[in-house]
Design a protein around this ligand. Structure first.
Ligand SMILES: [Zn+2]
Length: 291
């Protein structure tokens, strides 16, 4: 059973195993609650963290301490976990290419991925093409979006300040995860970015794709709309079905992403791929009938 806990956080239960993909459940008061807070989680076997931004890694320290589960993630995620005094034996640093054996025939492959281009101009309309920003040097890639987030409202600033040290302003190296079970496979991509050579022909049964921000394809801002980028990811991956993540209003007053243009683009370009709509905190048997 797969349960969407908002943003790009998922809890997956397979037999006696409980896996988290990202751990961001301690949301700001104005955001829709997801039914659980990190201090209430007492059951987890592995925590797979996509990157070290707050809206993904927050809560990993608490859940790791409460459950003893290892935190699998980038070296930046490990730096933060060490600063939060998560035990060394629970800090599993990966960078892509590793396979984590979870028991019961379940394994998780770690894939190098890319974060969306926080430094490049984006479009609020997922269907509107966004062009340019090519060839921008490292020195010019400043964290414009991250800074803007911190000064959004006094409530957001206070919330972020209260979490100081439990996440990073650096993504730390984006990772995607391919969950492989006896009943099928699920690809979890938690930011709008990928290396085309990594995603090509992966053919997961289900692809869960983050739909937010200016997409990043092979290290450059995608020249087109977010909807076109998601369709490109689906063409590369060739999954049987797709679900979206990161489109909810996880940090009000930031709005939710209107996914209608993305659904329309998928219907036009990859009509054979089913679109699964996930509801918050509602477990679904997303691999049912695929084994
Ligand atoms: Zn991020």
């Amino acid at each position: 059973m797969l349960e969407w806990l908002g943003c790009a956080t998922f809890r997956v239960r397979i037999g006696a195993l409980t896996l988290f993909f990202d751990t961001f459940v301690d949301r700001i008061a104005a955001a829709e609650p997801v039914g659980v807070r990190s201090e209430e989680v007492d059951d987890a076997d592995f925590l797979f963290i996509s990157h070290t931004h707050l809206d993904h890694v927050l809560g990993a320290d608490t859940i790791a301490r409460n459950t003893g589960a290892p935190v699998v993630g980038s070296y930046e995620t490990m730096r933060v976990m060490a600063a939060c005094e998560v035990a060394p034996r629970q800090r599993w640093a990966v960078s892509g290419g590793e396979t984590i054996h979870c028991g019961d025939g379940v394994r998780v492959r770690v894939l190098p991925a890319l974060h969306s281009c926080l430094w490049a101009a984006g479009e609020e309309d997922a269907g509107a093409p966004c062009l340019g920003d090519l060839g921008v040097g490292y020195q010019e890639r400043t964290g414009v979006v991250v800074e803007a987030l911190h000064t959004l409202t006094p409530e957001v600033e206070a919330y972020l300040g209260a979490q100081d040290g439990r996440a990073s302003r650096a993504d730390g190296g984006q990772l995607a995860y391919l969950l492989e079970t006896g009943a099928g496979s699920i690809l979890l991509s938690s930011s709008a970015g990928c290396w085309s050579g990594i995603f090509r022909d992966l053919r997961p049964d289900v692809a869960i794709l983050a739909v937010a921000g200016r997409p990043n394809l092979d290290g450059e801002p995608f020249q087109g709309s977010l909807a076109q980028f998601i369709a490109t990811e689906v063409e590369l991956l060739q999954p049987r079905s797709v679900a979206f993540s990161h489109h909810d209003a996880w940090m009000p007053p930031l709005p939710a992403v209107d996914v209608a243009p993305i659904a329309a683009e998928l219907a036009a370009r990859v009509p054979g791929v089913a679109l699964v709509e996930l509801a918050l905190a509602t477990p679904v048997a997303i691999l049912a009938g695929r084994g």
